[in-house]
Design a protein around this ligand. Structure first.
Ligand SMILES: Nc1ncnc2c1ncn2[C@@H]1O[C@H](COP(=O)(O)OP(=O)(O)OP(=O)(O)O)[C@@H](O)[C@H]1O
Ligand SMILES: [Mg+2]
Length: 246
């Protein structure tokens, strides 16, 4: 059974002549331990879809089932538990607090979700070790590279054992090497034998998307299974014609 099942999800913005239908019936199933890349043209609704799954925005219709929890049309105040316990976020620009050390950045979000300081610190240390930052716990963001800062953000997202991570262009601010490291870490987290997470990540980079188990293309309000070629808007024929034979 799918860990995350999205059924006929619809979302538009505005009204009357300026109404824009963005998601027109999105269906996606993601298994536990799957790493899925979401691609699609700018403005196609990738962030909108992630925001609804993450409990930051209500859909107009349709349903999301994440483990036992069903939601979709509820606004942010109706899905506090989804944000606290079920979904971790990773953003392009890390969203770390400048004056807090790595361990405090991770521990703070756990304290906000109700853990005691001692429990939060222990879970934060575990998460930072898992992302390979055991020796950078007490550094503040300015003392870390971009790739390391993103790993702190990933530790924050996995701390508290959230089953789903949503990553909106997580490598957008990283150099190529750090971007690849983040993908390798995502793969490790998804394919972990003991406690696999599921990741849905948006990327514009087909090379990075290729690290995922599966690619989805969001186009004209719907998602379809994809490979690198169709993500570029090429069909197989064009690729053969432009081919390698010359
Ligand atoms: N709160 C909002 N109010 C009105 N329109 C919105 C709102 N949020 C998004 N939109 C519109 O919905 C469409 C999809 O936006 P979204 O940010 O989801 O696209 P995206 O696929 O993430 O694009 P990008 O690749 O540029 O990040 C866009 O046309 C956008 O202008
Ligand atoms: Mg976006």
């Amino acid at each position: 059974m799918a860990l995350l099942k999205i059924s006929d999800l619809k979302k538009g913005f505005g009204s009357g002549d300026s109404r824009l239908e963005v998601l027109k019936g999105v269906d996606i199933e993601i298994l536990q331990g799957e790493m899925v890349a979401l691609m699609g043209p700018s403005g196609s609704g990738k962030s909108t879809l992630l925001n609804i799954i993450g409990g930051l925005m209500a859909a107009d219709s349709g349903q999301i089932q994440l483990k036992e929890r069903k939601y979709g049309k509820k606004g942010p105040s109706g899905v506090i538990d989804v944000r606290r316990n079920l979904v971790g976020w990773i953003f392009q620009d890390f969203h770390l607090l400048d004056n807090l050390t790595a361990v405090d950045n991770v521990a703070m979000s756990l304290e906000l979700s109700g853990l005691s300081s001692a429990e939060a610190e222990k879970a934060a240390i575990d998460a930072l070790e898992k992302v390979g930052l055991g020796d950078r716990m007490h550094h503040i963001p300015d003392q870390l590279s971009g790739g390391q800062q993103q790993r702190v953000a990933i530790a924050r997202a996995i701390a508290g054992n959230r089953p789903v991570l949503l990553a909106d262009e997580p490598t957008g601010n990283l150099d190529i090497a750090s971007g690849k490291e983040v993908m390798a870490l995502f793969r490790e987290l998804c394919h972990d034998k003991e406690n696999p997470v599921s990741i849905l990540m948006v990327t514009h980079d087909p090379d990075l998307a290729a690290a995922a188990d599966r690619m989805l293309l969001l186009r004209n309000g719907k998602t379809e299974a994809s490979d690198i070629r169709s993500a570029w808007g090429l069909d197989a024929e064009e690729i053969t014609e432009g081919g390698e034979e010359e």
